[in-house]
Ligand binder design. Structure first.
Ligand SMILES: Cc1cc2nc3c(=O)[nH]c(=O)nc-3n(C[C@H](O)[C@H](O)[C@H](O)COP(=O)(O)OP(=O)(O)OC[C@H]3O[C@@H](n4cnc5c(N)ncnc54)[C@H](O)[C@@H]3O)c2cc1C
Length: 323
């Protein structure tokens, strides 16, 4: 059963990670000829999750083992390796998450496979893989190609691809044997620490109003929050605001924050540093408000307002309330 694309699913508490649905969409868009796309769910007691995932128009393999109950690189590399060896796919797709960027290089190293990380888009052309990536602190967009007779390990940046929706039919679910040598598992999972208050998930918001240093004072966040609420959105931020702890880190958009793709993104007093733009440039419609007409944010904005955000937002809010 060689060929095709193997997608590694990621899940927590019985719920599939949104990045997994993005990987399925990226994989199915490649229209590989032999054996298509197979999604592997590793874990312990994950059969129900596997059945659920088969509804996303993808054949599912389930690999269960007590040592896969929680993620550890040592156990997962052994398990994934076994499946890569038996299925010999052209690509192994993994999300570029904390788990994925631990697993992918370890797998590639263990099997001596080529690896491409943090890809934004991939394409298979005449036997070669072409991947779009950003390098040098996101400044340079590059296309890289890999030709290999062996499987290529690829990690895809979360948020870079629209997620797969459920299909009309349910595909097959096949249990596959897993063999793990407990003596080779050097890392032990100890505990999961969760944030006390669950914050909103920016990456799934349709409308985001982000505040930057141009709002000047923490008290002015109230204005941005009021505006976001009035247009059915949530509040994001540039990094200086989360560094100042005016908003939690979960609200940071950009290279070291979230990659978002809302239908509407309003940048309020944000200069448009490349590290910020990296996280929001794929929004459907970008509105930017900035007093400086030369601010780089205007280069990616579809609509720009050279205006004081502390005057423009109250004026718009007044109009919205009146109308
Ligand atoms: C490794 C690395 C990772 C990084 N990751 C991120 C990241 O994930 N996300 C991120 O955002 N940044 C990130 N940064 C920081 C980034 O380089 C910028 O410093 C940051 O994005 C700037 O934030 P800002 O636009 O809010 O502030 P500034 O650059 O200070 O811009 C403020 C803007 O507000 C305008 N302004 C001022 N007053 C007003 C007003 N009254 N009304 C309207 N406009 C006004 C100004 O003209 C200016 O353009 C990273 C940097 C590094 C080195």
């Amino acid at each position: 059963m060689a060929g095709g694309i193997l997608v590694i699913a990621e899940h927590l508490d019985g719920k599939v990670a949104p990045s997994t649905l993005e990987l399925i969409a990226a994989a199915t868009s490649l229209r590989v000829e032999r054996h298509g796309v197979r999604l592997v769910v590793f874990g312990h007691g994950v059969k129900e999750l596997a059945d659920h995932l088969a509804g996303y128009t993808v054949d599912v393999l389930v690999a269960e083992h007590p040592l896969l109950a929680e993620y550890t690189g040592d156990a997962y590399v052994q398990a994934v390796r076994g499946i890569v060896e038996s299925t010999n796919p052209r690509l192994v797709l993994i999300a570029h998450t904390a788990q994925g960027y631990d697993l992918a290089p370890a797998l590639a190293g263990a099997m001596d496979l080529p690896v491409l990380t943090n890809c934004l888009a991939i394409d298979l052309q005449e036997g070669r893989l072409v991947a779009a990536r950003r390098i040098l602190n996101e400044k340079v967009h590059v296309e890289v190609e890999v030709r290999s007779d062996r499987p290529i390990v690829v990690t895809m940046r979360p948020g870079a691809t629209p997620p797969q929706g459920t299909g009309r039919g349910t595909m097959s679910v096949t249990e596959v044997p897993v063999s793990i040598d407990p003596a080779a598992v050097r890392v032990k999972f100890v505990r999961m620490e969760r944030p006390e208050v669950a914050d909103i998930d920016l990456s799934s918001a349709d409308v985001i109003v982000s505040a930057g240093r141009g709002i000047q004072k923490k008290e002015n966040l109230r204005l941005v929050e009021e505006f976001a609420k009035a247009i059915g959105g949530v509040v994001g931020a540039s990094r200086p605001l989360t560094d100042l702890e005016w908003l939690p880190k979960t609200r940071q958009v950009g290279q070291s924050g979230k990659t978002v793709r809302p239908k509407l993104y309003v940048a309020c007093g944000i200069s448009g540093a490349m590290q910020h733009i990296a996280g929001m440039k794929d929004a459907g419609l970008i509105l930017a408000i900035n007093t400086d007409p030369t601010a780089p944010i205007f280069e990616v904005a579809h609509v720009g307002f050279v205006a004081n955000v502390l005057e423009l937002l109250p004026a718009v809010l007044k109009e919205l309330k009146a109308g």
